[in-house]
Design a protein around this ligand. Structure first.
Ligand SMILES: Cc1cc2nc3c(=O)[nH]c(=O)nc-3n(C[C@H](O)[C@H](O)[C@H](O)COP(=O)(O)O)c2cc1C
Length: 200
């Protein structure tokens, strides 16, 4: 059975452009995978704490010496890693906020990047342990940033996903959403065109 993990991180909830595009992709996927399993996480309504000293301390502690509070922090991170390990397809709604990804999405990566579990260091360098997945990133922006230095979303996501072994990444862009009616319509049309090409 195929599993898809969907991560949403729009402050606008179901109305977020990145969420709506990701949802449309997932609906197509469910049609072509009627037996498929969907794991969905909204990182805004179910936020993770920012990585802090307590969380890092819990993750580095030996299992037999953890307090119940530390164990709860480890269990939460383990659950997120488990969901990611199970998924063959990963769909990420990644709006641009202040030239980067939402901090809630960054917190999710801070939990799932774990040495010895999702990546490891070797004499030849770091090696990602999450290969064989296909990742689709739906990234929405008020302005136009694709291919420019102001795009702090695409290069960072490509780097961290690649670091974890996920090299097959497709970006779907909805840009110019705050640049007036015509620019918004064009940005949405471009994203929908990419979506229908993926569905075909
Ligand atoms: C807090 C905040 C910060 C934003 N920062 C940027 C930005 O740096 N660059 C940009 O082009 N658009 C920016 N925008 C506009 C969003 O990218 C745009 O509203 C987009 O539709 C958000 O995606 P979403 O609808 O999926 O949440 C920002 C919007 C908000 C609410």
């Amino acid at each position: 059975m195929s599993t898809l993990l969907q991560l949403n991180s729009s402050l606008f909830g179901e109305n977020g452009v990145s969420t709506q595009l990701a949802d449309a992709f997932v609906r197509n996927w469910q049609t072509s995978h009627p037996q498929g399993r969907l794991i969905k996480r909204d990182l805004i309504t179910q936020p993770l704490l920012h990585m802090d000293g307590d969380t890092l301390g819990a993750l580095m502690s030996s299992p037999d010496q953890r307090s119940p509070a530390q164990q709860a922090l480890v269990d939460e991170a383990d659950t997120l890693i488990n969901e990611l390990q199970q998924a063959e397809v990963v769909v990420i709604g990644a709006p641009m906020y202040n030239f980067s990804v939402p901090s809630q999405l960054k917190s999710w990566f801070d939990r799932v990047a774990r040495a010895g579990v999702t990546f490891r260091y070797t004499e030849q360098g770091a090696q990602g342990l999450l290969s064989g997945k296909k990742v689709y990133v739906f990234t929405s922006r008020g302005g136009l940033h694709q291919g420019q230095a102001s795009d702090g979303v695409t290069p960072w996501l490509r780097t961290i996903l690649g670091f974890l072994g996920m090299d097959e990444v497709e970006f779907i862009y909805a840009e110019g959403l705050n640049l007036g009616e015509q620019a918004r319509a064009e940005g949405l049309a471009q994203a929908r065109k990419q979506l229908s090409q993926l569905a075909a």
